[in-house]
Write a protein that binds this ligand. Structure first.
Ligand SMILES: Nc1ncnc2c1ncn2[C@@H]1O[C@H](COP(=O)(O)OP(=O)(O)OP(=O)(O)O)[C@@H](O)[C@H]1O
Ligand SMILES: [Mg+2]
Length: 384
């Protein structure tokens, strides 16, 4: 082994690796990214060539260069330094061409005024475009802030509800122990009732806080008719109202059945809570657009006042706080129905009528059952 090769090899260890050659994909992506600018560059170069080739007509390609530059800037807002460089370049090139032709007597000297005028038009466009970009950035920043605030609120509600459940369960346990040991004070019953109410509220708050989670709904295909019949029977047995089971659209609905039951329970609970005994409640389901079904619950209760319609789906919203408090509601039932409907890609709507209200839960992913044509009876056989 020669001394020279040894030295070269040892030197090679210290040599900086050669810069990687730009890959074809990299070049392609840069070209794709700057395609608007490149197209404009080609267009401007062609027009500049035309200015030089036909000096008598040069004001036409001159205007094309400036107008196209202004249009391009409307699509792409470059940083300030490249913008100034491009502006200076176009001013110099077009000014030089017109100035030389004016010097040679082909153009009027007055045409040279077009250069600062066009530059002023472009600067005005730059100002507008930059203002628009700044406004967009501010709006995006605010939206991001609002999103993160909402996320923090959701997390807080979730954590607080979760943390409150443990001490509340312990308190309930102690009260139940006291009752089991013979303490029959009515205060214990009241305290147990109130703790039960808090527990129900916390469970609902936890459910709402989880509504944005991807696993909030676990869907499967169910037979809608039998589910509605089942829910209807359960309620008709416990609440003394004039119950009616209306027309039920037959078919398969892809849905989280437990969540749907909770939503229907919340709607039926309201129908019962805000109506008098013996007043009517009807449950029905009809096809509501392609691939959708509308499950409707109509009651003959007090109805929702017009001014409250827009907000009753908000959390803790109550149309009439005095009456609702007396009925024991906190205003979370419809927020849950709304969250469940949205998690399925559906919506819940309300319609108030003089003697009651109609709540419609509209859900997608409904496949109506195939309509079977009634078989015409065979003509009687006639024998002669
Ligand atoms: N069927 C209905 N008839 C009349 N008003 C209704 C009906 N359903 C809801 N409302 C009004 O909408 C408000 C919000 O209903 P929601 O179910 O969210 O809360 P709530 O029933 O008061 O309490 P919660 O359901 O949490 O126990 C109610 O307070 C009530 O004023
Ligand atoms: Mg309710």
């Amino acid at each position: 082994m020669s001394q020279g090769s040894l030295t070269r090899r040892s030197l090679a260890r210290w040599r900086r690796p050669a810069a990687a050659a730009p890959s074809l994909d990299g070049v392609r992506s840069v070209l794709r990214h700057y395609r608007v600018e490149l197209l404009w560059l080609v267009f401007a170069a062609v027009n500049y060539a035309a200015m030089i080739a036909w000096p008598d007509w040069e004001t036409i390609p001159f205007h094309f260069v400036w107008i196209s530059l202004t249009l391009v800037y409307g699509f792409r807002v470059w940083p300030l330094r490249p913008t100034l460089v491009v502006l200076a370049g176009v001013v110099a090139m077009t000014g030089l061409s017109i100035g030389l032709d004016a010097f040679r007597g082909i153009q009027l000297w007055g045409e040279l005024c077009e250069v600062p005028l066009m530059a002023a038009m472009f600067v005005a466009m730059v100002w507008h475009a930059r203002r628009r970009v700044e406004a967009l950035e501010i709006a995006e920043h605010r939206a991001e802030e609002r999103r993160s605030l909402l996320e923090r609120q959701e997390r807080f509600v979730h954590d607080a509800s979760h943390e409150l459940r443990t001490p509340m369960t312990i308190a309930r346990g102690h009260l139940e122990l006291l009752r089991a040991h013979g303490l029959q004070a009515s205060e214990v019953d009241v305290a147990l009732d109130e703790l039960g109410r808090i527990d129900a509220i916390l469970a609902r708050l936890l459910l709402l806080a989880n509504a944005d989670q991807p696993d909030f709904v676990q869907t499967a295909a169910i037979d809608l008719e039998s589910l509605l019949e089942d829910v209807f029977m359960r309620w008709a047995e416990v609440a003394p109202r004039s119950w009616r089971l209306g027309e039920l659209a037959a078919g398969q609905l892809v849905v989280d059945v437990e969540r749907l039951r909770s939503a229907l329970d919340a709607l039926l609970e309201n129908a019962v809570k805000y109506s008098l005994p013996q007043s009517g409640i009807e449950v029905r389901a009809r096809p509501g657009g392609p691939g959708c079904v509308a499950i409707e619950i109509e009651d003959e209760g007090c109805g929702v006042p017009e001014q409250a319609l827009a907000r009753i789906f908000d959390r803790f919203a109550r149309a009439d706080s005095a009456r609702t408090r007396a009925a024991g509601g906190v205003g979370l039932g419809l927020a849950i129905v709304d969250a469940i409907a949205k998690a399925h890609g559906g919506v819940c709507t309300v319609q108030s009528k003089p003697g009651g209200s109609i709540f419609a839960l509209c859900l997608p992913n409904f496949t109506p059952a195939a309509v079977t044509e009634p078989v015409a009876p065979a003509p009687p056989e006639v024998s002669w």
